[in-house]
Design a protein around this ligand. Structure first.
Ligand code: UDX
Ligand code: ADP
Length: 471
């Protein structure tokens, strides 16, 4: 049976980077080459200053320090590493299509296709291709047909060329990626080549119990990933819809979450009300699901999943309007501090962050945003909100990035907490209050602050899912 010695991972992003770092750490006998066409990204992965790694993930720096240039290598040598590899992981981006058929719903598979073509051109011998990127169902089939076509035009030097395609979706969540990779709930491997499945299973068996490794057909594996994300997102939309009802009725969403979460059939995770879900996966995967359902004529099913996205958007707009309303119905010329721009804590990722839509809503009302986030840099914010130059149109607001909490609240009328960063839980509110303009407000969309500490500091307080009467 074939032996795996060299692995190549195409795509050094939020999935490829941490996943390969953990495999390198757990399998010192394997050589792992992570390749990417983005030179700057690779440069950052190779930077001696580990704080400059392209992604922030707790625990990642330590592993990179230990394994980089030992058995873990980052480079732009895509062709060479494809040639050398016994197994190739595909971890490239698959954003929602912006043009053409399926625009706004279907995944853009151009990067996957270009990977498959590169593999077809440069691979040698029996090569196992592992899909790691989240993909629409039946993508493995497309990869396989591109590879099979290349076999037909096989050159003599590649007489042993042979491909097996497996689906092995990654379930890590950003912010806890390293721990999720070390202690996953399950590993899913879809495919029909038993030898290839066994070889991939053997890699994971170096640190994961065999009982946690599930084997399915390739389409079940691809679909399971979409459905897992859709179910998680659905829970958040459910609790967010309930948060609005709690605010009206006097119920407390934290108490409701705790009460329902103790039912073992429901479970207590993913029941935190908030400003809506963000991240690169949930929206994209649900859009994909909607597209697939419509393609197969399942209109009602498509409509059902679309409502999960609708509630998410509605929650962001509901919170924006409610804040404007509390600030006397106008925020033009006012200063609003934004605490947290990342889509969740412990990541520098801003993709689909609820902060984007909420900040845009505020800017459209002409206010000045004072943004503080411990990990998101100014360039990232600019790519979402546009450059922070003084706007020509006086009705459109402006934003600034600050590097300390204190600097970001000077003369602010309100603070809106959008990301649940640990440091926001321990703020000395009496000191903050002195820096703000009165009447001052704190809007806690993550339910992480202690009400008494804020209200006793002469600041008005609003929490998601808790009625004004109670808070
Ligand atoms: C998600 C899936 O969890 C992961 O399995 C998959 O591989 C990729 O997509 P990720 O997007 O990184 O991971 O983070 P996750 O922890 O799922 O959070 C997604 C969003 O939901 C965040 O904006 C988060 O703040 C929000 N969320 C999560 C809530 O609003 N409430 C909750 O109770 C949980
Ligand atoms: P994810 O969150 O899924 O990891 P990212 O966007 O963070 O997505 O990372 C995907 C990476 O894949 C990017 O760094 C991108 O440059 C890289 N990439 C896309 N297509 C190719 C390709 N054909 N060859 C090499 N790298 C690629």
């Amino acid at each position: 049976m074939k032996k795996i010695r060299k692995i190549c991972c195409i795509g050094a992003g939020y999935v490829g980077g941490p996943t390969m770092a953990v495999i390198a750490d757990k399998c010192p006998h394997l050589e792992i080459n992570v390749v990417d066409i983005n030179k700057n990204r690779i440069k950052a992965w190779n930077d001696n200053d580990l704080s400059k790694l392209p992604i922030f993930e707790p625990g990642l720096e330590e592993i990179i320090k230990k394994r980089r240039n030992q058995n873990l290598f980052f480079s732009t040598q895509v062709e060479d590493q494809i040639k050398n590899a016994d197994m190739i992981f595909i971890s490239v981006n698959t954003p929602t299509k912006t043009h053409g058929i399926g625009a706004g719903f279907a995944s853009d598979l151009r990067w996957i296709e270009s990977c498959a073509r590169q593999i077809a051109k440069y691979a040698e011998g029996h090569t196992i291709i592992v899909e790691k990127s989240t993909l629409p169902v039946r993508t493995a089939e497309k990869i396989k047909s591109i590879l099979d076509l290349s076999l037909k035009g096989n050159k003599p030097k590649n007489a042993n060329l042979q491909f097996s395609v497996l689906s092995n979706p990654e379930f890590l969540a950003e912010g806890t990626a390293i721990d999720d990779l070390i202690n996953p709930d399950r590993i899913l491997i879809g495919g029909d080549d038993m030898e290839a499945i066994k070889l991939l299973e053997d890699i994971y068996s170096n640190w994961i119990d065999k009982n946690k490794i599930l084997k399915t057909n390739i389409w079940s594996s691809e679909l399971s990933k979409l459905i897992a994300n859709a179910f998680l997102a659905q829970r958040i939309s459910s609790i967010n819809s309930v948060s609005a009802l709690c605010e009206k009725t006097g119920a407390n969403v934290i108490e409701v979450s705790r009460a329902i979460g103790m039912d073992s059939r429901i479970g207590n995770k993913f029941l935190n009300a908030g400003p809506g879900f963000g991240g690169s996966c949930f929206k994209k995967d649900i859009l994909n699901l909607i597209y697939i359902c419509e393609f197969y004529g399942l209109k009602e099913v498509a409509k059902y999943w679309k409502s999960v996205l609708d509630i998410n958007y509605w929650q962001q707009n509901r919170i924006s309007s409610l804040i404007i309303d509390k600030l006397f119905g106008t925020i033009s010329g006012k200063k609003i501090s934004i605490f947290g721009f990342a889509f969740k804590s412990n990541t520098n990722d801003t993709r689909e962050s609820p902060a984007i839509n909420i900040c845009k809503n505020f800017l459209n009302e002409g206010c000045e945003l004072l943004i503080y986030d411990p990990k998101v840099n100014e360039k990232e914010i600019a790519s979402e909100l546009g450059k922070n130059e003084k706007n020509v149109d006086p009705n459109i607001g402006n934003w600034h990035k600050f590097y300390t909490i204190e600097d970001s609240v000077k003369n602010a009328d309100a603070i809106v907490i959008l990301t649940e960063w640990e440091e926001f839980k321990n703020i000395k509110w009496d000191l903050i209050s002195e820096l703000m303009r009165k009447p001052a407000w704190v809007f806690d969309t993550r339910n992480i602050c202690k009400k008494e500490e804020i209200t006793k500091s002469d600041i008005n307080f609003w929490q998601v899912g808790i009625s004004d009467k109670e808070s």
